[in-house]
Design a protein around this ligand. Sequence first.
Ligand code: VGL
Ligand code: ZN
Length: 201
Amino acid sequence: MNNQTLILVDLQNDFLPGGALGVPGGDEVIPIANRLMDDFEIVVATQDWHPADHGSFAANHPGKELFQQIDLNGLPQTLWPIHCVRGTPGANFAPELETKRITRVFQKGTNAEIDSYSGLYDNGHRQSTGLAEWLREQGVKRVTVCGLATDYCVKFTALDALAEGFEVTLQLPASRGVNLAPGDVDAAIDEMRAKGVIIAA
Ligand code: VGL
Ligand code: ZN
């Protein structure tokens, strides 16, 4: 047992292969995450939790295409398939995930006007999910981040945690990425390492 906190990022049905925004190999991380939880005193999870009219969905922008970049209320936004609509099966945690070990869940992407890749803040750093404050209340100094997807929500969660002053480790074997463009995952790992994230491979 170490004194770190494990942050499980978006281990939800829609991010598993066959899901609305399936991440290649995403299902492989569930048993790994289940084992990893045994090493941590505190386990928290983030949950992508969008309203149906969320601005990150291509379907809500007639004439725009999937994966296109747009400006959403002043921020660059990739347009995604409809995914993780709050209360739908796709937004549920993967059925194999041992959720009884999770102390707290922090939902994000709940405001239709702005996306939230990070589990700590929305993409404009306008609103906190409460995760950073909660970790500080628990006296947490070091966090380990893993989950889906390495090049989006895992990366931004790790970088926000670092910026908040936590020591951050990325558990690579328990993470998978989207790789919209080839090399995106490698670039994300390089960026995290360069900024001070410890990469556990
Ligand atoms: C994610 C794209 C859109 C993620 C969430 O969990 O990495 N990616 N929403
Ligand atoms: Zn999302």
